[in-house]
Design a protein around this ligand. Structure first.
Ligand SMILES: [Mg+2]
Length: 227
């Protein structure tokens, strides 16, 4: 089995400017009584668990363990915003997911800093969720940002559930994701639809794309088949 692990933000989809900031502000206000948002820190590629602790530390408040309520409220706030303003699916992503989901030796999963709640909020309005649902439980399949502060641990959490004969591929746009693939000896296909350039990403993977549009997704399928 080849497990293809997708990041969400700026890899699968792009959330319109301001939405992440606004929905996080609602969560920080409701759950922590704090007037702040996730963009007060450098948040790209970080897990929700780490973002929440760092934002609160920035205000001088120490948080030991983030309550589940924070992830839930953040997901709900994002859901309300994204229903009105759905995320944009990035070029070639629908075609890539459709093609990969037809192959019985491929398993699609998420590897994301988002919690399961906020992942739902982002994937449902742009109709990408069904590619990642478990057939029985209907839950999203993958590893999420509420289980650890360290994003690079997510790949270990995922791999632990499977045989070491299986293969794993990371698809990501962030520097944190790129570094994780090197650190954890896991092949990656990187895409420059986020903040990091093709040139920078090439330091971490032999497979780097500007985006998956204009049939470049077909090359991605080929790379995965031969990984
Ligand atoms: Mg990303």
């Amino acid at each position: 089995m080849i497990h293809v692990l997708f990041d969400i933000d700026e890899t699968l989809l792009s959330v319109k400017h301001g939405i992440n900031r606004r929905s996080s502000a609602i969560m920080f206000h409701k759950v922590f009584g704090a007037d702040t948002d996730e963009e007060t820190i450098q948040n790209a590629g970080k897990t929700e668990a780490l973002i929440i602790r760092e934002v609160m530390a920035h205000l001088g408040t120490k948080i030991r363990k983030v309550p589940e309520e924070a992830y839930r409220v953040w997901g709900e706030a994002a859901g309300t915003e994204l229903e009105k303003n759905p995320p944009i699916v990035l070029p070639g992503i629908k075609e890539l997911l459709e093609e990969l989901s037809k192959k019985d030796f491929v398993k699609l999963a998420l590897l994301t800093g988002n919690s399961p709640w906020r992942s739902e909020a982002k994937l449902v309005p742009c109709h990408l969720d069904h590619f990642f649902r478990d057939k029985k439980s209907h839950k999203l399949v993958g590893v999420f940002g509420d289980i650890t502060e360290k994003r690079s641990d997510l790949i270990d959490f995922y791999k632990n559930n499977f045989s070491n004969k299986d293969k794993f591929v990371i698809i990501d746009d962030s520097l944190i994701g790129a570094k994780m693939s090197v650190e954890k000896h896991t092949p990656s296909i990187l895409v420059a639809t986020g903040k990091i350039s093709v040139m920078e990403l090439k330091k971490y993977s032999g497979y780097v794309f500007e985006n998956f549009g204009e049939n470049r997704w077909k090359q991605v399928v080929e790379i995965i088949e031969n990984i």
